[in-house]
Design a protein around this ligand. Structure first.
Ligand SMILES: [Zn+2]
Length: 373
């Protein structure tokens, strides 16, 4: 008889998804962490909860396994979602449609987190772990891990490898490389004036923003895997006023680590076309690129070997466009395997759903990875 039942796990996922946890709602995310903490509680698992305090949500960790001198394994799951409170009442009700389970975070990534936790608990109960496991449930992946990045990097020190339960890719594929990203806010301040009588004194912040947006977006380089998007902008106060203020936001994605500094310098070094307009820039490289190293290739080969026993090919996605907490550990040089979570589609949208049929099997995969890698 199979160790994990897809229907049982689907019910756990429904329970987790019912507790909505958008990243910036600290009380909601902490309520979700209460559930994680309760579900982790079992003989042999040492639980710690690191209080976020002051506008930050908590991190919950479970540790288990033999206290031998084997390097530990770090498992990463995030329990925040992009969906606001009330999504389950209005736009994305939790429901089953055949093999699909709809709901906010079913795919990204409460599904994978539930699977990871179920596999971890079972491995501890069976006394099957060969090395120490540190399982981290983080509260802020969807906002770039702005609070928990330091702790992730601290816990990753000295581990042998990292497993990340982000969603599986189409065809059940796993992730061995991800682009890095940066996010910046550019503020422009000109000189306000009446649009009729003030043309000589006014300096338009919006006009300057237009120049700078074209300049920044021109830095995109398809061949090098660099994309640059100004996705948000704002400015002005009235149609008959030369605008004093404008603001826009820059999102860039990079494939090569050496492009990180160059792109950051470009945004930070923007020179105004109109010298009377002031430009200030805030932001940073939120995630370094996650490049496939020979060590990651070796880890992937072992994962595939174990997957093949279960009939799972676990091919890799050549390069995922979005980042994850795995970017931090991969950039530290630690072999990192991502995309081990649930299958489905529609992440971050109102069509988000997980495919339930493969859940038992992929949880079994997680169990074997935890106990044999
Ligand atoms: Zn995610």
């Amino acid at each position: 008889m199979a160790r994990f039942d897809s229907e049982d796990i689907a019910q756990q996922i429904v329970r987790w998804v019912s507790c909505e946890s958008p990243s910036r709602d600290i009380a909601a995310v902490n309520r979700m962490q209460d559930i994680v903490e309760a579900d982790l509680a079992a003989p042999g698992i040492e639980i710690s909860r690191i209080a976020g305090g002051d506008g930050k949500a908590d991190v919950v960790m479970g540790r288990a396994g033999p206290a031998n001198n084997q390097p530990p394994v770090l498992v990463l799951s995030h329990i925040d979602t992009v969906h606001p409170i009330g999504t389950i009442e209005r736009d994305l009700p939790i429901r089953r449609e055949g093999e699909r389970l709809y709901g906010p975070g079913t795919l990204d990534m409460k599904g994978g987190a539930v699977m990871g936790l179920a596999a971890f608990r079972a491995a501890v109960a069976d006394d099957a772990l060969r090395r120490p496991i540190i399982y981290m449930f983080t509260p802020d992946e969807e906002i770039g891990a702005i609070h928990s990045r330091g702790l992730i990097e601290q816990m990753a020190q000295g581990v042998g490898h990292v497993l990340v339960t982000e969603p599986a890719r189409p065809g059940g594929r796993v992730v061995t490389a991800r682009r890095g990203s940066g996010r910046f806010d550019v503020h422009l301040r000109g000189i306000p004036a009446h649009s009729g009588s003030g043309q000589d004194v006014g300096r338009s912040a919006i006009r300057e923003a237009a120049h700078q947006i074209l300049r920044i977006e021109a830095a995109a380089d398809r061949d090098r895997g660099i994309s640059v998007t100004v996705g948000l902008m704002k400015g002005g106060t009235a149609s008959n006023t030369i605008p004093e203020h404008a603001w826009f936001n820059v999102d860039f994605r990079i494939t090569h680590p050496e492009d990180a500094e160059r792109m950051e310098a470009l945004v930070r070094g923007l020179e105004p076309v109109d010298p009377d307009v002031e430009i200030t820039v805030e932001g940073c490289i939120t995630r370094p690129p996650y490049q496939k190293s020979p060590e990651i290739a070796a880890l992937h080969a072992r994962v595939q070997e174990i997957g093949s026993e279960l009939g799972l090919p676990l091919d890799e996605l050549p390069l995922a466009g979005g980042g994850s907490d795995g970017n931090f550990t991969a950039a530290m040089g630690i072999p990192t395997m991502d995309g081990l979570g649930i299958e489905g589609a529609g992440a971050h949208t109102l069509d988000e759903h997980a495919i339930i049929t493969s859940v038992g099997l992929r949880t079994e995969l997680m169990y074997r990875l935890l106990t044999r890698l």
